[in-house]
Design a protein around this ligand. Structure first.
Ligand SMILES: C[S@@+](CC[C@H](N)C(=O)[O-])C[C@H]1O[C@@H](n2cnc3c(N)ncnc32)[C@H](O)[C@@H]1O
Ligand code: SF4
Length: 367
C-alpha cells in the first residue's frame, strides 16, 4: 500500500477525534464517536502492520491530532504496543495530549510503552481567554504538569498568542507561569484565523503584524533570558530538548504519515492523505501526491531550513542541488544582508530575528 523506503526514519500518526471542536481550529479533526473510533483504530492498525511486516524501525514517532489522549486506555494500549514494534530503542516517541483528557492512568500507559515525550495544548493560563477559545478552564495546569513530570521527563506545552482582547501583559503572565512549570520545551503560535472556522465566521481578525512582532520579540527575549533557545520560528527548548521529530520536517527530511489528512514525504513524493473519514474506515486510502523534481526539492529545502534558527550549510545545499548559492543569489544576499534579514557566517545561512519575522517576504524573493 505504501512506497517502501527503509531510509525513512520518522513516522507521523494522526488521531483526528476531539471531545469538541474549538472555534479557531483548522486541523483535520472529527467529533468523538465510539463507533467511528472503533473503525478508525481497526484501519489504522492495518496501516501500522505494513511497517511491522516490513520490519521498519523509526527514530521518531509522533502521534498527533486531533486529540490522541482522548483514546480509551484499551485503545492506547493497542496503539502504543503496535507502534513499539517499529521504533528504535532510543527513538523519540511523542504523543499529543489535551489537558482535559490526560490523567495518571494514561501517563502510566505512556510510560509502559516508552513514550518519552508529550506535548500538551495549554494555549493560555488566563481563564477568560480560555473561555473565548471554548477550552476547559477548570483545570489546574500546575497540578497536571507536576503529575505528568512524574512519568515523563520531556514535556512540551503549546501556547497561542495574539488572541482576541489579549494584552502584552497577559502574554507576560503566561510566560512567567510557564517558567514556574519548570519544563524544557515550549511552542508559541500566533493565532491564525482560517476560513471555515467559527472565529472566521464571527469576523474575528488576527492582530496587526506590528502588535504580533511586539509580542513575539518580548517572548523571544524573555525565553532566551531564561535559558531557552529558539530553534525554529515558534519553538523554544533548553539544550538537548529540541523535538527530533519536528526537526525532521524543518530539515526537509523524509517521513511517513498515516491516518486521515496526514502529510508525508517519501522518496521524491510529498503526499497528503484524504481527510475523508468515511472512506478511510471503508478501507480506501486516497491521497494527493506531488512528485518532486530536483528544483522542487531545492525550494522545499529553502522553505524548511530557513525556519530554523541554525539555518543551513551552503556546501550541503550546493552539493545536494548542484548549485552555487552565493553566486546564484548574489543580489538577494546583498539586499537581505543590508536590511539585516539574513546573516552568512562560516558558510552557514541563517535568518536573523527580523528575517524570521518577515520570512514570507524573504522566501518570496528567493523562490
Ligand atoms: C495539532 S494542534 C492540536 C493539539 C490539541 N488537540 C489541543 O488542542 O491542545 C497543536 C497546536 O496548534 C496550535 N493551534 C491550533 N489552532 C491554531 C490557530 N488557529 N492558530 C494558532 N495556533 C493554533 C495550538 O497551540 C495547539 O495546541
Ligand atoms: S484545537 Fe485541538 S482539541 Fe480543539 S478541535 Fe483542534 S485538534 Fe481538537
Amino acid at each position: 500500500m505504501e512506497l517502501i523506503d527503509f531510509s525513512v526514519k520518522s513516522l507521523y500518526v494522526h488521531i483526528p477525534f476531539c471531545k469538541k471542536i474549538c472555534p479557531y481550529c483548522d486541523f483535520i479533526k472529527v467529533l468523538e464517536n465510539p463507533k467511528f473510533i472503533e473503525s478508525y483504530m481497526k484501519e489504522l492498525l492495518k496501516d501500522i502492520s505494513f511497517f511491522i511486516n516490513n520490519d521498519f524501525k523509526f527514530n521518531t514517532i509522533y502521534i498527533g491530532g486531533g486529540t490522541p489522549s482522548i483514546l480509551s486506555d484499551g485503545y492506547l494500549e493497542i496503539l502504543l504496543s503496535n507502534l513499539s514494534k517499529i521504533k528504535d530503542n532510543n527513538a523519540e516517541f511523542t504523543i499529543e495530549c489535551n489537558p482535559e483528557s490526560l490523567n495518571e492512568n494514561k501517563l502510566k500507559i505512556f510510560k509502559k510503552y516508552k513514550v518519552n515525550r508529550i506535548s500538551i495544548g495549554l494555549q493560555t493560563f488566563k481563564k477568560s481567554l480560555l473561555k473565548t477559545l471554548d477550552r476547559d478552564y477548570s483545570i489546574d495546569y500546575f497540578e497536571l504538569i507536576n503529575l505528568a513530570k512524574k512519568y515523563i521527563k520531556n514535556i512540551n506545552v503549546d501556547f497561542i498568542y495574539g488572541l482576541p482582547k489579549q494584552t502584552i501583559e497577559d502574554v507576560k503572565e503566561d510566560l512567567n507561569k510557564f517558567i514556574n512549570l519548570d519544563i524544557n520545551h515550549v511552542s508559541l503560535y500566533s493565532l491564525q484565523v482560517e476560513k471555515n472556522t467559527e472565529f472566521y465566521n464571527k469576523g474575528i481578525k488576527e492582530i496587526s503584524s506590528d502588535k504580533s512582532a511586539k509580542m513575539y520579540n518580548y517572548i523571544l527575549k524573555f525565553l532566551e533570558e531564561h535559558g531557552f533557545k529558539r530553534y525554529e520560528v515558534s519553538n523554544f527548548a533548553k539544550p538537548g530538548y529540541e523535538s527530533r521529530h519536528n526537526l525532521t520536517y524543518w530539515k526537509n527530511e523524509k517521513y511517513y504519515a498515516i491516518g486521515i489528512g496526514a502529510s508525508g514525504y517519501v522518496s521524491n513524493i510529498r503526499y497528503k492523505n484524504s481527510g475523508n473519514l468515511s472512506k478511510y474506515i471503508k478501507g480506501l486510502r486516497e491521497k494527493e501526491e506531488e512528485i518532486l523534481t530536483l528544483e522542487d526539492e531545492r525550494k522545499y529545502y529553502l522553505i524548511c531550513n530557513l525556519r530554523l534558527a541554525d539555518g543551513f550549510n551552503i556546501n550541503e545545499y550546493n552539493a545536494k542541488f548542484n548549485k552555487n548559492f552565493l553566486k546564484d543569489y548574489k543580489d538577494e544576499i546583498n539586499f537581505f544582508s543590508s536590511v539585516e534579514a539574513i546573516n552568512i557566517e562560516n558558510n552557514i545561512v541563517k535568518c536573523t530575528n527580523y528575517g524570521l519575522l518577515t520570512l514570507n517576504l524573504v522566501l518570496e524573493k528567493l523562490l
